[in-house]
Write a protein that binds this ligand. Sequence first.
Ligand code: IP8
Length: 254
Amino acid sequence: MRKMVGILKIGGGVLTDKTKLESPRMETIERIAAEVASSSSGLVLVHGAGSFGHIHADKYDLREKFDPEGILETHRSVVRLNEIVVEALCRAGAHPVPVHPLSCALLQDGRIEDMNIGPLTEMIERGLLPVLHGDVVMDRARGADILSGDQIITHLARSLGADVVALGTREDGVIYGGEVVSRVTRENYHRIEPELGGSRGVDDVTGGMRMKVMELLDLADDGIPSLIFNAGKKGMIEKALEGELVGTLVEGSS
Ligand code: IP8
């Protein structure tokens, strides 16, 4: 029997202070690691870059220009955050394995064309916790581009056939008129869209809440719902992974 597969993304804004270069929020990382370690098996964790990566990608204008030095600096930076997360997960008793998209994904004009899924399914089967992250990735058309963790989770959700997809941000969900929207579908998206902005702190080269919701609506069109919730609050990860509606559910039209 196939294991249940959960895909959890934790945003870079939760794990780091996005206003200061390479500043991890260690207490939050330790808490999240403990919550992830105690969650049920069959999980893939993807984390954003925050102030590791976005600042470098912006500095080298990597979305526009092919820059070998920028590629190396940006990748090394996100790998440093990945190591911090992996170390915290080890301390919390999980069995994490780092997986770097630069080495296993290929883009075509900014979209994933190919990703090596075989190792991930094997890791999940054997009780390991793959830990991926937003990264700079080779692109057939552009040379290289920034691959957001948001695109990674939707790609993995489709190719692994995820049972749960949860996106932990610093917000309680999608906010409209000061309130959390409990459900976002293609029907109400046009109404809330003007209020969806980028993200806080440094320039986010991958687009903030609007891009997340667009990415997740495409996933919902393929029949896979997902949840945007606040991972900055204690206890929410477990609830989100257990399918509790603790935020905004992005789902297909009924
Ligand atoms: O924080 C961005 O990933 P994200 C990756 O998930 C880089 O959007 C290298 C800026």
